[in-house]
Design a binder for this molecule. Structure first.
Ligand SMILES: *[C@@H]1O[C@H](CO)[C@@H](O)[C@H](O)[C@H]1NC(C)=O
Ligand SMILES: [Mn+2]
Length: 458
């Protein structure tokens, strides 16, 4: 738009503002006492029309004047104390009364006593303080001294990214996912879960309402210098959580990655308690790559990485073969044998474009049929989302789902026997300043948590 056009628009606006619609009430402005807002902000907020409107509402009793209770006025509106503006001994009308009361109130600062701390100890701080996921309680879950403490659902960080083939950074994932969860914790939302579903009624963050013990166990220390040690540390951490008493067979763990390699240890630990798992693997990549194809080279140790871990999970017998599925696939294969090898590992495949062909409900039905009532593990690689909704990840692929599509499919899985889950590959160094990728990851954890609470309280 050039300057002349801009001026024309500005003038048109000025004209329209200058001629407001005719008010239907005739009204004498002088007769209305200004409220305290009018006095403070004057012409900024008050106009002939707003004053008339307000007066009408007052007359009809649809709004009330500000209460004068506790503001140093007696019933008749007499100010009881001397103000810095002098003593008021006239009886004020109601609007003046609110105004004067407000002005007087503004002059007062009532601090609590110097030893009072109740507002410091019980207040949620959205942008400060020690951050646990959605402010869930924390204790050292790995210390045998605490093995008696109940854990029904554990949140566990796996800060590890030395199994990644492309861009690293996912070791910072857990703290970013927790940061994204600072605003969670206030119960139900208008959109979590389908209308009338149990998921839409539960409040995962109100432990009084569901009676489950949900704990943020913090992060497992994972060494960045030797993947074998790091992954074993994670396995032992997940296993330690499994030693705590749970109301329903065993604690269920939601793991915050970390690159996708960490899922192998989470699945292994879940397998210890629940047996072969129907794995729903939301990812743009297959991650069942044969180690000979991806990474296996000079040392066999290279063969275990974020693109091969599902090959190992299948080989180790952790998977309920034929009951697992990829969801959202679209990344290029590496070798011609990949599709066959993927099938051999026991996976079905739902591609990113299948949502256009079968719709959300078509995909939901297929997944539900596939897992039945088997123990299910849901692993969500955030790169299943389109780079426009999740740019902060290691290996982006175009043409993915939106967060709403992913949420819609996950909600459709309400009622499945979800025994474990994770969100991986959130790489904060590649995220935007507004942290959209970690927020998407947090939203997925929020849903998995909801699915678990529904499942455990059925
Ligand atoms: C939590 O749940 C309890 C029991 O259902 C209820 O009384 C309480 O109001 C809830 N608290 C919040 C903050 O929603
Ligand atoms: Mn992956």
């Amino acid at each position: 738009m050039n300057l002349v056009a801009l001026l024309q628009v500005a003038m048109a606006l000025a004209v329209s503002v200058g001629h407001p619609r005719e008010s239907s009430v005739s009204f004498d402005v002088e007769a209305v006492s200004p409220s305290f807002m009018d006095s403070l902000f004057g012409e900024l907020v008050a106009s002939e029309q707003t004053m008339a409107h307000k007066q009408q509402l007052l007359r009809k009793g649809e709004v009330r004047e500000m209460s004068t209770e506790g503001l140093g006025l007696d019933q008749s509106g007499q100010l009881l104390e001397q103000t810095q503006y002098g003593a008021f001994d006239v009886t004020l009308n109601s609007l003046e009364r609110s105004h004067e009361a407000y002005m007087k109130y503004r002059l007062k600062l009532n601090l609590p006593s110097d030893d009072e701390t109740s507002d410091l100890s019980s207040t949620r701080n959205l942008f400060g303080g020690i951050v646990t996921f959605a402010a869930f309680p924390h204790f050292d879950c790995f210390d045998p001294k605490h093995y008696d403490n109940d854990i029904d659902i554990a949140i566990l960080g796996a800060p590890f990214d030395t199994g990644t083939s492309y861009r690293p950074g996912a070791r910072m994932g857990p703290e970013a996912l927790r940061s994204g969860a600072r605003r969670l914790g206030h119960g139900r939302t208008p959109v979590r879960g389908r209308r009338g579903s149990k998921l839409s009624l539960v409040d995962p963050y109100n432990t009084t309402s569901h009676g489950l013990s949900i704990v943020d166990c913090g992060d497992v220390p994972m060494t960045p210098f030797d993947n074998r040690i790091a992954l074993n540390q994670l396995y032992r951490g997940e296993r330690a959580i499994g030693k705590h008493p749970a109301k329903n067979s065993a604690p269920r763990v939601l793991t915050l990655g970390g690159d996708h390699t960490i899922t192998l240890m989470a699945i292994k630990a879940a397998y210890d308690h629940f047996g072969p798992l129907a794995v729903l693997h939301f990812d743009s990549h297959i991650d069942t790559w044969d180690p000979k194809v991806l990474g296996g080279g000079i040392s066999s140790y290279e063969g275990l990485n974020h693109g091969t871990f599902l090959h190992y999970a299948a080989e180790q017998g952790f998977l309920a073969k034929g009951h697992c599925s990829h969801v959202g696939l679209r990344a290029p294969y590496i070798s011609r044998g990949d599709p066959q090898h993927d099938k051999d590992c026991g996976f079905h495949a739902i591609t990113a474009t299948d949502i256009d062909e079968f719709g959300r409900e078509g995909i939901v039905q297929r997944l539900r049929d596939l897992v039945g009532d088997r123990p299910v593990y849901i692993s969500v690689d955030i790169d299943v989302l389109d780079p426009s909704t999740a740019p902060g990840t290691g290996t982006m692929e175009i043409g993915g789902w939106t967060t709403r599509e992913l949420i819609g499919v996950l909600e459709g899985l309400e009622g499945i026997n979800l025994v474990g889950g994770d969100v991986v590959e959130v790489s904060p160094p590649y995220d935007t300043n507004s942290e959209i990728t970690s927020l998407a990851g947090t939203g997925v954890i929020d849903l998995l948590l909801g699915l678990m609470v529904v499942n455990l309280t059925d």
